[in-house]
Each structure stands twice: as C-alpha cells, then as structure tokens.
Design a protein around this ligand. Sequence first.
Ligand SMILES: [Zn+2]
Length: 390
Amino acid sequence: MNKKQSREKLVTARKRAIFSICLNLFLATIKGVAGVVSGSAALLGDAIHSTTDVLASTAVFIGLWVAGREHPSFPYGLYKAETVATLVTSVAVILAGYEIGRQALFGVPGLPDVTLALPVAAFSFVIALGFGLTQLRAGKRLNSPALSADARDYLADSFSTAVVLISLALVPLGYNIDRIAAGIVSLFVFYAGGQLFVSALKDLLDASIDRETEREIIKFVEQHPRINRVKKCFSRNAGGRFLVDMDVVMHTPSHKTADLVADRLEEELLMEFPGLVLARIRPHYAPGKFIKRITPVTEPEGEVSLQLASAPWFLVETIRTDTKEVKKRQFVENRYKDAEKKKGLLVGRWLLKLKPDELMAVDKDRVAIVLLKEAGVEIVQPSSDTSTTI
Ligand SMILES: [Zn+2]
C-alpha cells in the first residue's frame, strides 16, 4: 500500500468516525424526547446510553487533537491526553449507568405511552443495527481498529435498544416491564463504562502492544541487511497508537554507519506502521568475525565488471576480519541483468538480501549503489589495494 492510499484510507476512516458521532447524537435526541414524552424509563435510559457514546467518541477526538500539541514540559508529546479523556469519560458513563439503574429500581412507576415511543425505538433499532453492520465492514476494509470498535459498540447498542423495543411492544398487550428493561439498559451502560475504564487503565500502566504487531515490527527491523538481531523490544500503548524502544545488534564497519542505519530505520518504521508515534533504536556495534564482500564480475573467475546492475555475475566472498583470509567464495548469477525496467532497483534490493558488508563498485551514482550505501553497505573502489587479483 502506498502513502497516498493510506492517507485516503485515514481520511475515509475519520469521516466515518465523525458521521458515527453525529448519528449517535441524533439517536440520543429522538430517544430522549420520546422517552420523556412517553414516560418510558427504559427509552430514556437508552437515550442516556447514546449520549455517553457521543461523549466517549468526542473524548477520543479531543485526545487526538491535544496529543499533537508540543510543550517543553512534555517531551514525549501529550500522547496520554486521550487516555485521561477516556478515563474521565468512563467515570461519567459508569455514573450514568448508576443513575439509570437507580431510576429503574426506585423511580415512579407508570405505564409508558407507546404512540411515539414505539416507532422511535423501532427506528433507532434498525438504524443502529444497519449502521453497525456497514461500519463493521468498513472497519475491516480500511483496517481500522477504531472503526471496528465503534461498529461493535453500535451492534451492542442495537441489542440494548431491542430490549427497550420489546418492552414497549408488550405495553399494548397489557404487560409493563418498562423498569425491568431500564435495569437491563443500565447493565449495558455499566459494561460499556467498565470497558472504557479498563482500556484507560491499561494505557496508564504502559501495557505493551499486541504480540502480533510487535512481532511484525521486529521482523521488519531484522530484514535490514545490517541488523543481526533485535536484542530487546519495549513497546507501550498510547490510546490507539504506540511507542517502541529497541536495542538492536548490527554488524557495521563503523559506529557512524550504525548511527546512520538506526536513524533511517526509525524513519522507515514510522512510515511503515501508521499507529507508531515514536520509535527509538539503540544500535549495538558488533563487528563480527567475518564480513561479506560482493564484487560484480564478467563471468565466474572473470574480471571485475565496470557495471553493477548489468554485471552478469557476482562474486560473494566471506572474509575473516582479523587475518583478511577468504573463508568462502561463491559465484552467483545476476538474475536481473536483462531486466528492462528499474534494473538498478531490482539488483540493489536483491543484493541487499544477501546482507553484504562491502560492495566493490566503480560508478557511484547508480540507483543500486545509492540503495546499498543508504543501507550502510561500504562501497569499495576496485582500484584500491583490496583484492583486484580476481
Ligand atoms: Zn454504546
């Protein structure tokens, strides 16, 4: 997925999230009005539930907005702002649940007037269920956990509204279970508030990110030609986003290259993982016993090729760092030498997979050479003293 596509997805996800808030606000209003007019505690409770959902979603937006601000006292950014907003909201939701429950238990009993309440409850149920299902599909398509969570909440809401709908439908038949329904609605609200509270608590206590994402990040880093392995990986959640701190072992000819590789990897990680807000990579320098050198050649045991991407063969040598003794020699055929397009890029990437430390090459501005150089591969001139005796 390229950058433009991922930005479009982000914009679509944001639009859907805003629409979701507006829809909940609308549902809260009509249910609230109908609840008061008809005297149904259950429908009023359901309206309060929708209001708390609006509050929770708004808190996320405010949190995201504040998190982007810079302040000298908060060098990591205000990434916990969303957590604080969630915590405050969860308390508000739990209080709302308590109030609905209290009304259900001790409120003034009465028979609800269903002429307005019944159609409003039926309409709200259909809308919440329908929107929840489309939102669930959108969440999967856009790969957005936030939208999927929102969708699940709508589906849970439709369940709560269904309880209210059933209680109202029973009124014309002579049954009044309005307060029981209100009690059930209060349980839904308690559950929603509890979930918010737990997720805020996890963020506050720096729970690590899910194992799968962590594995993906480690895999991405270890694919780099200069990285031997990831020694340690610390991660923590920050709302829907996360931070990582890594100790990596790399084999490089110098500390300077190690720093360069670490800096570039940090940037690449931020681009590759949209939820990542901060990446720190601490390089550990491990020169290693051997280095791998690649030389473009005209044929096996032939001369050094002046071209890189078009070289028909490559000599791959494993050399002892202390004695400079060649431990292993191998000739590999350039599988991309006849590529018509992007030959430099294809050859460069393929050579990187061989994890070389050194590359013999003349021409410095070819795509392949730049690619290898940026990855921290030492570019060696064949004219220098090192083994021109091929
Ligand atoms: Zn809800």
